[in-house]
Design a binder for this molecule. Structure first.
Ligand code: FMN
Length: 527
């Protein structure tokens, strides 16, 4: 116990013991605060500056939103805040969003998934041009099991354009593309330390996948890339000494593709695995663990950091940001969502495998309609086999066109994207059925992006429960106004709120009687 004030204390505030006084001082998180006991030695209060007359039990140092996560993560990425705007497919995470994040000293990833190569190339070149002097931006490299060549070409593009950060996602196994991105440019600095040109964050939701990214790349893949002239021998040798990814984003129940697992279950397990593997392989660099999924309120963000996250990743909520590439109508629908207004629905990219993703269910019938298509796909061998009583409502209510017409549109699409799909469908009726049904799934995302009002009830909008939680928090505040809701204001407010709640938690562990809700943060203009 000490009665001395901390030397760096700001203006003195005499000890306070009332709930209001404690709350007011506790909110000053950027200053040190003393926990003091009252004259009778029983009640606890707070004070700042030079304290006289009452014992100081302890002093909490200043607390900044910048410090909530891993300092090594921020240093490694040249950022101030341990906060990432996650990639959102089909360019919903726009170049504008990524630029805004980079300029605000955070990290953002362009949503390259689902886009044609030419669109990805255009976006990457725009970003490379705009953010030439920034190391803190990146692009998603998404696993495309049906289009491995596209995956590899995108990887080569990202490396060619010098994209400084790559977020690798949807990988169950490592592929040549992901290993190439991890290993290309590895070298030793003059002190002998291994340095990377490109830094990869791997998004995972299972420990076995995390293990692949936390281990050095498999020799067979490295050898192959060397033989093909994609890697030098030296790059391959160095790749055998470092993990494939130096940051692992653990994704819990999120919008889009998700295993719907709780963060509190996944993150500590994968963090422990990280520790084991770092010891086993003797890595010299720290590997960061990030948290994604379900982060839409300050409490969720504070909890993610308390679980040990070095950084947090936000997705669903950013779809309502001014910079998001989504129609105003779809954004308005998201703003109406509550926490339970989400559902699992078939995914377009892995429709045949029965993979599902999380979408908004309020105001759109997409989940039910796509579910009907998948049920028909599972039950019948071809479009022709579907009996009239099943076929008629699908054509009338879901596709709003006869199967033949949709097939014509499907052919037009695949002729541009990958004609081999049409050849396959012509000899495989079940595949033809899949392509016709996938036309609906692909179009429904596009309708939501462009704002095809007549198709409002079919909008496919990926969304997790974080959106509803955010809406409850933001209701009636500065962030409720669409024009105020920039991706940076969302981030700064979530972090500010998380810092306040972290202070509340610190004080609670001391036994300070902080009134409930005293450190709640009401969104406002920050920065
Ligand atoms: N993650 C990817 O790795 N690749 C994607 O293409 C991708 N697209 C997404 C599209 C939307 C509309 C949403 C909401 C999420 C998407 N995600 C994608 C996941 C986000 O990057 C992020 O990890 C996730 O949304 C975080 O969880 P939350 O939705 O609960 O905030």
């Amino acid at each position: 116990m000490s009665v001395l004030a901390a030397p760096d204390s700001p203006a003195t505030c005499p000890p306070v013991f009332t709930p209001d006084g404690i709350a007011a001082l506790a909110r000053r998180i950027r200053e040190p605060v003393h926990i003091v006991s009252g004259p009778d030695g029983r009640e606890l209060g707070l004070a700042t500056g030079s304290v006289t007359g009452v014992p100081v039990l302890g002093t909490l140092p200043p607390l900044y939103p910048e410090w909530l996560g891993g300092r090594t993560f921020c240093a490694a990425h040249g950022i101030r805040f341990p906060y990432v705007a996650g990639e959102m497919a089909n360019g919903i995470a726009t170049t504008r969003m990524v630029s805004a994040m980079a300029r605000a000293e955070m990290l953002g990833f362009f949503g390259a998934g689902g886009l044609a190569y030419a669109d990805v190339e255009r976006a990457v070149r725009t970003l490379a041009d705009e953010l030439r002097s920034h190391p803190n931006w990146g692009v998603n490299l998404i696993h495309s099991p049906a289009e491995p060549e596209l995956e590899f070409r995108v990887a080569q593009l990202l490396l060619r354009c010098g994209v400084p950060r790559i977020s690798a996602s949807a990988f169950m196994e490592l592929t040549p593309a992901v290993v190439l991105c991890s290993a290309r440019g590895l070298r030793r600095d003059p002190d002998g330390r291994i340095v990377r040109r490109t830094r990869m964050l791997a998004k995972v939701s299972r420990p076995e996948v995390a293990e692949r990214f936390l281990s050095p790349a498999p020799a067979a893949l490295l050898d192959r890339l060397v033989r093909e002239g994609e890697l030098t021998l030296q790059e391959a040798e160095l790749a055998a000494l470092v993990p494939v990814a130096e940051d692992i984003t653990v994704e819990a129940d999120s919008g889009g593709h998700t295993d719907n697992r709780p963060l509190s279950v996944l993150l500590p397990g994968i963090a422990a695995l990280r520790d084991t593997l770092c010891r086993r392989f003797g890595y010299h660099h720290a590997v960061g663990i990030g948290a994604a999924g379900g982060l839409g309120t300050p409490a969720a963000v504070a909890a993610a950091f308390a679980l040990g996250a070095s950084y947090v990743v936000v997705g669903s909520v950013n779809q309502t940001a001014t910079e998001a590439g989504l129609s105003d109508e779809a954004k308005a629908m998201l703003c109406e969502a509550d926490v339970a207004d989400v559902a699992m629905a078939p995914a377009a990219d892995m429709f045949e495998l029965g993979v599902r993703l999380q979408v908004l269910s309020r105001g759109t019938m997409f989940a039910q309609r796509a579910g009907r298509l998948h049920a028909a796909y599972r039950t019948y061998g071809s479009l022709e086999e579907i009996p009239a009583p099943v076929r008629a409502p699908i054509e009338r209510d879901v596709l709003r066109a006869p199967f033949d017409e949709v097939w014509r549109r499907t052919v037009a699409f695949w002729e541009r994207r990958d004609p081999a799909e049409i050849t396959r469908a012509e000899s495989d009726p079940k595949h033809r059925m899949a392509l016709v049904f996938r036309w609906y799934l692909g179009s429904s995302s596009r309708w939501a992006i462009t704002g095809e009002t007549v198709r409002r009830a079919d909008y496919q909008i990926w969304c997790g429960p974080a959106m509803g939680a955010f809406n409850r928090w933001a209701a009636g505040t500065f962030l409720a106004e669409p024009a105020h809701r920039s991706v940076v204001q969302i981030a700064l407010n979530l972090l500010e709120g998380a810092a306040l709640l972290t202070r509340a938690h610190q004080l609670r562990t001391y036994g300070v009687p902080l009134p409930s809700g005293a450190l709640a943060h009401t969104p406002c203009a920050l920065g």
